[in-house]
Design a binder for this molecule. Sequence first.
Ligand code: MG
Length: 201
Amino acid sequence: MKIICIGRNYAEHAKEMKSELPTEPVFFMKPDTAVLKESDFYFPDFTKELHHEIELVLKICKAGKHIEEQFAHKYYDEIGLGIDFTARDIQAICKQKGLPWEKAKSFDNSAPLGAFIKKEQLKLDDINFELKINNQPKQIGNSKDLIFSFDKVISYVSKFVTLKVGDLIYTGTPEGVGPVSIGDNLEGFINNVSMLKLTVK
Ligand code: MG
């Protein structure tokens, strides 16, 4: 199982990162050791600036390669909520030196994952999602603001990487990313329903 993450998929987030808007999807991967389910998160000792990125997550239900956009909806059946934890200080150094981002993005437990909903229960182009920290809203997004739709992302990624059953696609974060600290309680919501909870320890 692998995790594919889409970068810069919301214009306002690209803006806050001072990144250009992509003309095609930007993706990177996290290994299966990044998944963290129903467990607290331990602040890693190699970063001083750990950022939250709340993201809608697609669960792949069918293997495929070179998937056409018009058929992409058949390849995922559930949508959940995850956090793409990012060591922003390390990422900044990697970007500056033109190096890969793995140290900043793909470390153990960097992909907390909450509950999933069958996609039939959602209006796919109008999914509200939110991250609260200590009960304060930090990030609010909606799938209608995606630069590249779920189907476009699946089609694009599958040109390069075969998708397998159980793979996860983190579809990008809206604006409002920021640091977390030890003791913070994070809670994620889809359409105001709590889907993910963790404490930073
Ligand atoms: Mg992200």
